[in-house]
Write a protein of this length. Structure first.
Length: 131
């Protein structure tokens, strides 16, 4: 069983660009290991796109609606897999005291917190960074 502790890497170097790049790339690797793909799953896609699907008892989509979304930075907006890796990165760095976990926008930060909760549930971050 392979274990990668991203917080150990975040604490290892003082150059934030190097550290963020390493954590970002390892975020892609861990997402693939944990979720089977660098883009996450349908739950993550909903958090990324701001699309909420309501399904019936058989799992068929019966309603689709747009809901607010939030990103930890502009690069995360580029693609769903980059949003996942960047959210892992910023969350990990924030837990190490080396980044701000939230943007300061209450609507965006509520979504970002849900993203961190998703990451914690799937073992991609140790904890949800405090607001």
């Amino acid at each position: 069983n392979r274990v990668i502790v991203l917080s150990d890497i975040a604490n290892a170097r003082k150059d934030p660009n190097f550290t963020e790049t390493i954590v970002h790339v390892l975020g892609h690797v861990r997402a693939t290991e944990k979720l089977g793909h660098t883009s996450g799953d349908s739950e993550w896609d909903g958090l990324h796109t701001g699309t909420k699907h309501t399904v019936d008892e058989k799992g068929f989509i019966i309603k689709t609606e747009k809901v607010p979304t939030g990103f930890v930075n502009n690069y995360a907006k580029k693609a769903v897999q980059e949003d996942l890796a960047e959210t892992i990165t910023i969350g990990t760095m924030a837990l190490a005291g080396k980044a701000n976990a939230y943007t300061g926008d209450p609507t965006a930060d509520a979504v970002i917190q849900k993203k961190y909760e998703y990451l914690k549930k799937h073992g991609l971050v140790k904890a949800v960074p405090p607001r």
